[in-house]
Design a binder for this molecule. Structure first.
Ligand code: AMP
Ligand code: GLY
Length: 471
């Protein structure tokens, strides 16, 4: 079997799922070189070489690539920070090893302002009404406050405040959800405005889907839709997080969307990609997952909430284990510019994240529910792994923000471990995912219990029915 060397730049469970997909390659003997945010127990076990680069600094990632240059066929990058900072430009220039992610100038996730302006040019119908507030254009708080309040008059307060720069899903503030008075909104606005431009845009009513597509620079290969759960707590309460879980149905579309609405998604993504790519002389700039669009379905069309330049965490975890293609071959096709389609098993997939009490404001919101004695104790994943005896390939346990220390596994600050269940139906997949989360003990970890619940999905369905009827 042919040997293939792959460097994976890893942040959390999303990359553990990639490492798993590479390690399970039927066609290649894979050697993994992993530049990791922490000593992830899953990655450490599977790596030929593993280094910890806590800030995922691109100079250090590049040094690791250079040191192993002769062994590496390509580099796969999951997290946004090194992508935005230009890891591909640096590694390709210095080592010649091809990197799977967009070039820095096309990592548009770096700026929500740029995203809105690009969309305004190529698909304005998918933008909400928005206004960009630039600190350079104001010389005092009073002037900006006046403009903000005038804009709020126009929007009738139905507004969303978005800092230009990404804040791991945590910088966005939504009227009624995060503030109920203009003063609160303005406070949130100013705390971000001190650091750079801020957008205030129309709050759009609808149901969200995450649309991802692989791209070899020339072809956009859409993946099935997933639904992410951004809010920290059950019932979509609490602050926004990086995502507490996600589901996909057995086919490509979500249960609350019609086939026509899925077609609209595909058409919009294709239009954005083609117009964007036509403006770029070097087509392969858009390699990887340059379009991971957060869509809001309004019943009358689609609004783009944001675009990311990388696979979703967790949303790609719902998809990777279902690839019929060897993931290594898929990556080679992406590098060669001939990735025209991917095939997936027909299965539903539900991912639930377990996170530490310090995550998502949980310890503050529910102090009595925090198992204080368990915090900072080792986490035992063995019973969750053992569920594979019962469920075979239908359960996957992917540690994220966890590290091995003195032979034990500890949760760190972010999303600690994702448990994926696969099944013929969403409910079957969900039960497996939940059983997996219950089998994990220690660390005081908690999780949302309503990811992909029948009730949550029924609400999305009736919300969409209502929106489609609305005049
Ligand atoms: P973003 O980081 O832009 O995806 O926003 C995070 C979350 O804020 C989204 O998942 C939505 O739930 C919400 N959100 C963002 N933009 C809007 C909008 N224009 N209207 C309503 N909700 C929004
Ligand atoms: N799940 C949200 C994200 O990856 O940005």
């Amino acid at each position: 079997m042919e040997k293939v060397g792959i460097l994976v730049v890893s942040y959390g469970a999303r990359e553990a799922a990639m490492v798993d997909a590479f390690a399970r390659s039927p066609n290649h003997k894979v050697e993994l070189y992993i530049a990791d945010k922490q000593r992830n127990p899953f990655n450490v076990k599977r790596a030929t070489k593993h280094v910890v680069i806590p800030d995922l600094n691109i100079e250090q990632i590049c040094k690791f690539a250079e040191a192993n240059k002769d062994k590496l066929d390509f580099v796969m990058v999951g997290p946004e920070k090194p992508i935005i900072e230009g890891v591909r430009d640096l590694v390709e220039q210095r080592t010649g090893i091809p990197v799977i992610c967009p070039l820095r100038d096309y990592a548009i996730e770096a700026s929500k302002v740029q995203q809105r302006l690009l969309l305004q040019e190529i698909a304005p119908e998918a933008n909400p009404r928005f206004k960009i507030f630039n600190p350079q254009e104001y010389d005092g708080i009073a002037a900006v406050k006046k403009d903000v309040y005038e804009w709020l008059d126009e929007l009738e307060n139905q507004a969303v405040v978005k800092p230009d720069k990404p804040a791991a899903g945590k910088g966005v503030g939504v009227w009624e959800d995060h503030f109920t008075t203009r003063e609160q909104l303005f406070e949130h606005f100013i705390s971000n405005f001190q650091h750079g431009a801020v957008i205030i845009e129309e709050k759009v009513d609808g149901e969200e889907s995450s649309f991802q597509a692989f791209c070899d620079g020339k072809h956009l290969v859409p993946l099935p839709d997933t639904r992410d759960y951004k809010r920290a707590f059950d019932g979509d309460k609490g602050p926004n997080t990086g995502g507490m879980g996600a589901y996909k149905d057995a086919d490509d579309k979500l249960p609350f969307l019609t086939a026509a609405e899925r077609e609209c998604e595909l058409a919009l993504a294709k239009k954005i990609f083609e117009k964007w790519a036509s403006k770029i002389s070097d087509g392969i700039a858009l390699r990887g997952v340059p379009l991971y669009l957060a869509f809001m379905h309004t019943g009358k069309g689609i609004t783009v909430l944001e675009n990311n330049s990388r696979p979703g965490d967790p949303e790609i975890i719902n998809i990777l284990p279902l690839l019929k293609d060897d993931f290594v071959d898929l990556c080679f096709r992406m590098l060669e510019g001939n990735l025209t389609r991917v095939e997936l098993e027909k299965a539903a997939a539900v991912l639930t994240y377990k996170v530490p009490p310090t995550y998502g404001g949980y310890a503050d919101a529910f102090p009595n529910l925090v198992d204080k004695a368990a915090v900072d104790t080792p986490v035992d994943l063995s019973r969750a792994y053992a569920l594979a005896e019962k469920y075979g390939d239908r359960i996957k346990v992917y540690p994220g923000s966890m590290e091995v220390r003195d032979g034990e596994t500890y949760a760190l600050k972010s999303r600690a471990v994702g448990v994926l269940g696969l099944g013929e139906t969403i409910e079957e997949a969900r039960q497996i995912s939940l059983e997996g989360t219950r089998a994990i003990s220690g660390g005081g970890l908690w999780n949302r219990t309503d990811i992909a619940s029948k009730q949550h999905i029924a609400q999305s369905i009736s919300h969409m029915e209502h929106l489609r009827r609305k005049l």
